[in-house]
Design a protein around this ligand. Structure first.
Ligand SMILES: [Zn+2]
Length: 140
């Protein structure tokens, strides 16, 4: 099927959170828990453009930090438990919340890269050549 027959996502947050392909919204984005598939099995979109780097981890930690700290403070101030209680409650809850958020956040960032056509910066040599030609024409 031609790429133009697909209707790309208009909601990268929803499509990515569901782990769907940003172009056809039917294929899977992930091969494992956090490993991206090489390409969409439905439309063939090559996922090599996707590079969310540390973005999902940053957002997961940022989102989870305040509630986790609030829980730890509430637990400590209410029950004054020994530190091992925090190791058995606060720490696993914080880790689980971060891990649960990683996949939808990574899907969202990958779909946003596709939606916004985000790519690594590069020099547009043709644009510079045209600009130089226009400047030279203006001088003469
Ligand atoms: Zn697809």
């Amino acid at each position: 099927m031609q790429a133009s027959t697909y209707k790309p996502t208009e909601n990268p947050m929803l499509t990515g959170s569901l782990g769907r392909c940003p172009r056809c919204q039917k294929g899977h984005l992930f091969r494992g828990f956090l490993t991206l598939a090489p390409r969409c099995e439905v439309c063939g979109l090559d996922y090599s453009f996707a590079d969310p780097a540390d973005g999902p981890a940053f957002f997961a930690m940022t989102i989870v930090a305040v509630p986790a700290l609030g829980f730890a403070l509430w637990l400590q101030l209410t029950y004054e438990p020994p530190i091992w209680v925090h190791l058995l409650t606060t720490l696993p809850l914080t880790l689980a919340a971060c891990l649960l958020l990683l996949r939808p956040l990574k899907g969202w960032l990958v779909c946003s890269q596709y939606f916004h056509k985000a790519a690594e910066g590069s020099i547009d040599y043709e644009w510079h050549a045209r600009a130089k030609r226009d400047r030279d024409v203006g001088k003469s």
